[in-house]
Design a protein around this ligand. Structure first.
Ligand code: HEC
Length: 164
């Protein structure tokens, strides 16, 4: 056998082995009630909440609603799982009520920045999730709301602004 044939066969074998379901990461499906969801602690207008649900919660919450068939194909699933893990480390809307006022103000600031620059949702995600696309007005609504939330936290906790 030629060397490249052996390499090709090895790659095929590895790809076949990693398809065994034990290598599929556990799904991001929380079964507990969303007691610490952002809407339990902060005022989230319905239109903003819908935007967050449709465009952010698949990665930034404890419940990913839209898993497609390719989540069972490794290594795609590993790549998706890593995105969800990283996203939740940055901002987890399901646990937002747990953030201290200082942390929350900082998160709102980051959300506003991401919306101003239209950097979220990730482009690779939008390719497959047409429903998550946001209009210019959506980006503006979420950015304006995030700015108001920062202002109201700082109004209640002026020490945050001073410690920045
Ligand atoms: C497909 C998954 C995915 C979706 C959907 C998504 N995000 Fe993210 N988000 C990520 C990942 C991964 C990171 C961390 C890595 C990075 O910064 O690119 C992140 C980071 C962030 C950060 C922190 C950025 C920083 O570093 O300052 C904010 C804020 C954020 N996302 C907001 C949002 C908002 C708001 C939405 C919805 C409008 C959204 N994201 C939708 C995956 C996603």
């Amino acid at each position: 056998m030629k060397k490249w044939t052996k390499i090709l066969i090895a790659i095929i074998i590895i790809l076949a082995i990693i398809q065994i379901p034990v290598f599929t990461p556990k799904k991001n499906y929380a079964t507990t009630p969303p007691a610490k969801d952002i809407a339990t602690a902060y005022n989230v207008p319905m239109n903003v909440l819908m935007n967050l649900n449709n465009s952010c919660y698949d990665c930034h919450s404890n419940y990913t609603q839209n898993y497609y068939w390719y989540y069972h194909v490794q290594p795609v699933s590993w790549w998706m799982n890593l995105h969800i893990k990283e996203a939740k480390e940055n901002v987890n809307f399901s646990e937002f009520a747990d953030y201290t006022p200082k942390q929350a103000a900082h998160k709102f600031n980051e959300i506003q920045e991401q919306m101003d620059k239209k950097k979220m949702p990730l482009k690779s995600y939008l390719l497959m999730h047409g429903k998550a696309k946001m209009t210019d007005q959506d980006y503006k609504n979420v950015a304006d709301w995030a700015r108001q939330m920062q202002d109201s936290i700082i109004a209640k906790h002026p020490e945050i602004a001073n410690s920045k």
